[in-house]
Design a protein around this ligand. Structure first.
Ligand code: SF4
Ligand code: SF4
Length: 117
């Protein structure tokens, strides 16, 4: 079982390193006062990924909209998000990669546990 901090390190390695808002030395360049939804909602993202098992991304996206966008201050009651529309939300932008990285990590962990038994 991985803790949130180890998942965050994984996200920094595999997602922030590809992010257009990532700095050269692994930092984040988004404006002070703005918090990346990947960082802010990481526990909820894990819940979303663990609540779906599908080869398609769409079922994960439905859960993303329900469980995370639904509580995010940027989404209106009508379900619209200006940040998403402007492709400024890193969580939305890299969501397929995020799902893949989490599922691969969990799969590797399960295999490691099986090999130890
Ligand atoms: S915006 Fe989010 S995903 Fe991009 S580098 Fe910053 S923390 Fe990482
Ligand atoms: S897409 Fe919009 S509503 Fe959803 S997490 Fe990103 S900023 Fe929040």
């Amino acid at each position: 079982m991985q803790d949130i901090e180890s998942y965050w390190q994984l996200m920094q390695d595999k997602v922030c390193s590809h992010c257009i808002d990532g700095g050269n030395s692994g930092g984040c360049r988004i404006d002070q006062g703005r918090e990346c939804a990947l960082r802010k909602y990481l526990p909820q993202i894990l819940d979303v990924v663990n609540s779906v098992y599908s080869p398609a991304i769409e079922p994960y996206e439905v859960q993303l909209r329900n469980k995370i966008c639904g509580i995010c201050i940027h989404q209106s009651v009508a379900g619209k998000c200006a940040v998403r529309n402007e492709v400024e939300c890193a969580l939305d932008r890299y969501f397929p990669l995020i799902v893949e990285v989490i599922e691969e990590s969990q799969s590797r962990n399960r295999q490691g546990n099986t090999n130890r038994t």
